[in-house]
Write a protein that binds this ligand. Structure first.
Ligand code: ATP
Ligand code: ZN
Length: 210
């Protein structure tokens, strides 16, 4: 039977826990060093090591059958994939942050304001849900410096402890969406014996953790 392919983050916040989950499932393989693809020695599975942003697209296109990636990245990508399991790690919240001395006090005050983010699609959806329109400034990183530079009135970014916000003179203002790592599958992925076995192992590892 053909090997299944699973895409995981090659380095970054989700790499270690993704690798650990698969190892806890009894899979024997080497973590990412330089090869972007590795074969599991004792299971019909290949692991692709990718940038997290590329994972939903690879899975949606069927290049990978499965993937492990943050919900924030799935939503932002707008790719169609199937949620197979919530994995309970990589928890974070996408929030709107504002300068400490901002006159923004309620959500309605965001109307017409400039908001810098690397998540334009999720932010746009959030604004639409609240009947707001704002000027979304899409930037590719270091979003927290935008208000201080006069580029925006607010930001929308992932916040875990709030330390980065604070050290840039910002404070959390509103929660946009929560996120955790998700095991996703391509649409139309039919249950085959390898997938069933893998899902069963993943679920028992997760259950043992509860
Ligand atoms: P890549 O090089 O793969 O594109 P990245 O820099 O975009 O990596 P990471 O910072 O490694 O991404 O974060 C990966 C995911 O971890 C995020 O998309 C999010 O789902 C989750 N996450 C959990 N906590 C945090 C946090 N404090 N900051 C950012 N992401 C977090
Ligand atoms: Zn990324």
């Amino acid at each position: 039977m053909k090997n299944l392919k699973i895409a995981i983050q090659k380095s970054g916040r989700l790499n270690e826990k993704s690798v650990q989950l698969l190892k806890n499932c009894g899979l024997d393989f080497e973590n990412y060093k330089s090869s972007l693809i590795t074969t599991v020695n004792n299971f019909n599975l290949e692991i692709l090591f990718l940038r997290d942003d590329d994972i939903p697209g690879y899975v949606a296109q069927g290049i990978a059958d499965l993937g492990i990636v943050g919900e924030n990245v799935i939503d932002e990508s707008q790719e169609k994939v199937t949620y197979l399991e919530r994995l309970g790690f990589g928890r974070c919240t996408l929030k709107i942050g504002i300068p400490k001395d901002s006159d923004i006090q309620q959500l309605q005050d965001l109307q017409g304001k400039a908001i810098a983010t690397t998540y334009p699609n999720i932010l746009q959806e959030f604004l639409a849900e609240h009947n707001l329109s704002a000027e979304i400034q899409q930037i590719s990183g270091s979003v927290e410096i935008a208000p201080g530079l006069g580029l925006s009135d607010a930001i929308c970014d992932i916040v875990s402890t709030g330390g980065t916000l604070k050290s840039n003179g910002l404070k959390p203002f509103a929660d946009v969406r929560r996120s955790e790592a998700i095991l996703i599958g391509r649409e139309g992925l039919t249950e085959n014996p390898i997938l069933c076995e893998l899902l069963q192992r993943v679920r028992s590892v997760l259950r043992a953790k509860e």
